[in-house]
Ligand binder design. Sequence first.
Ligand code: 5RP
Length: 231
Amino acid sequence: MSAEDQKKAAAEEAVKHINAGNKVGLGTGSTANYFIAALARRAKEGLDVTCVPTSQASRTLAESLGLKMSSLDETPYLDITVDGADEFDSKFRLIKGGGGAMHREKLVASSSQFVVVIADQSKQVKTLGKFPLPVEVSRFGVKATAWKMERAFAYLGLSAKMAVRVRDGKPFITESGNPIIDCSLGSIPDPEKVEGYLNNIPGVIETGLFIGICGIIYVAGPKGVTELKRA
Ligand code: 5RP
C-alpha cells in the first residue's frame, strides 16, 4: 500500500465508528480529508450526520461532498471527532498543527465524547518531538512570548530552535487570527510538563500537544491497519 492508500485505509476504519444521528467533528489535513470523503459516501447511502469542521478547508470539502454542516457554536457537544496527527506515541499523546489548525482542532476534539486519530505509520514515534511543536501565540508581543517560551524550555532542560511560521514569504496567520511559533525540540521526554509550562505563559493561545484526548488510533502500514486502543 502506498502512503496515500494507507491514510485512506485508516479513514475507512474510522468511519465504521459513525452512527446515525451522530454529531461529528471533522479534522484537518490530508488524512482527515480521506475520512471526510468516506463519511460523505456513507451519508449518500442514507446515514444522517451533522458535521462540525475544524478549518475552512475541511468545511469546503465536506460541503462540496454534500455533508450537512454546523459549527461549534450551534453544536457544542459532539459524539465523535476524527482527525489526523503529525506524531503520536504509545501513550496516545499527539503533536498536531502541521497544518496550523490545532486551536480549532483541540476545541472540537475536547468537545467530543470520543476522539479517533487516523495516521500512516510514519507518524508513530517512541518519543514526541522530532516534528517541530507548533505553538499558536497572540499577535501582540510575539517576541516577548517567544522569549518566555524559550526560558521555559531551558528550565525544562530542552534546547529549542524557534521560528515564527512563514508561508509564501509572509507570517502564517491561523483562522483564529494568530501567528504560530514552531519549536524544534528534537525530543520531548515529558510532554505533560511542557504543556503545563507553555499553557501558563501569557500570550500562548494553544500548543500542538494533545494529551488525554484521543481514545483510538488507526495506524496504517503497508500490510494493513492496526487498531490501538487507550486502556
Ligand atoms: C493540522 C493537523 C493535521 O492533522 C496534521 O498536520 C496531519 O496532517 P496530514 O494528515 O496531512 O499528514 O494537525 O493542523
